[in-house]
Design a protein around this ligand. Structure first.
Ligand code: FES
Length: 259
């Protein structure tokens, strides 16, 4: 697309369950002045052309995850993407809601299944009863291992890009398995065996088809597929790991006592 183009054609999927039988595309012209993001374009449409266009957004800085949508067939955070970058040769872009999830209205989807699966893996840390007075003494290597998985912002881009989710909402899903992985490798967590047993059930890690859609969709560059592969591997030797974890936790507290 030439950089001299002044306006873009933004095609937005519309659906109001009260009046529409099925979704359809609505077309709007948006100025490219000031180099708007995709979210700016939607906001401009809402405030100046059609106030009924409905979408979620909050932080505008790729932190809250609420603005995940499907743009030209790819899931991404619209607040973090320049509109120009996504225009085709004719200056058009198509914005749809996240796939595989029920549409509430226009670009807003029902994320109930997403959050139910998330809660299913007990995403919170379950620490030992013996909490050190100041802090757990975790090694830099252990912190580095956690870092990759803990930057997930729960936007749902990976979940709704997953073809297994498209087939069944019983699958735990890449977002929740990534969180489970985060807890499993955390030396402070005390329910390692329970976690690995849970994710080994029929709707857990065995369901992943290793298609890598989740990696492609993640706006934070995370790797849920690798986390799922690691969980698969760890599940097979969970008894030995449980012993190792118990020994490590004695060290965590002892090191604190020595300080
Ligand atoms: S508005 Fe928060 S991530 Fe886009």
């Amino acid at each position: 697309m030439g950089n001299d183009m002044k306006t873009a054609t933004v095609r937005v999927q519309r659906f109001n369950p009260d009046v529409d039988k099925k979704p359809y595309l609505d077309t709007f012209q948006v100025s490219l002045e000031n180099n708007p993001t995709l979210l700016d374009a939607l906001q401009l449409i809402k405030t100046t052309i059609d106030g009924s266009v409905t979408f979620r957004k909050s932080c505008r800085h790729a932190i809250c995850g609420s603005c995940a949508m499907n743009v030209n067939g790819r899931n991404l955070l619209v607040c973090h993407q320049p509109l120009r970058k996504h225009l085709n040769n004719k200056g058009e872009v198509t914005i749809k809601p996240l796939p595989y999830l029920p549409i509430i209205k226009d670009l807003v989807v029902d994320r109930t299944a997403f959050w139910e699966q998330y809660l299913r893996v007990k995403p919170w840390l379950v620490p030992p009863p013996d909490i050190p007075e100041k802090e757990f003494r975790v090694t830099p290597e252990e912190v580095a291992a956690l870092h990759n998985a803990e930057t997930c912002i729960m936007c749902g881009a990976c979940y709704s890009a997953c073809s297994v989710v498209g087939m069944t909402k019983e699958y735990i899903g890449p977002h929740a398995l990534l969180k489970s992985f985060l807890r499993v490798i955390d030396p402070r967590d005390t329910i390692l065996t329970e976690r690995l047993t849970d994710v080994s059930q029929g709707d857990g890690v065995a369901r992943c088809h290793t298609i890598f859609n989740c990696i492609d969709a993640c706006p934070k560059g995370l790797d849920p597929t690798r986390a799922i592969e690691t969980l698969r591997h760890l599940s097979r030797k969970r008894q030995a790991l449980e012993k190792e974890r118990q020994e490590r936790q004695k060290t965590l507290v002892m090191e604190e006592a020595k300080r």
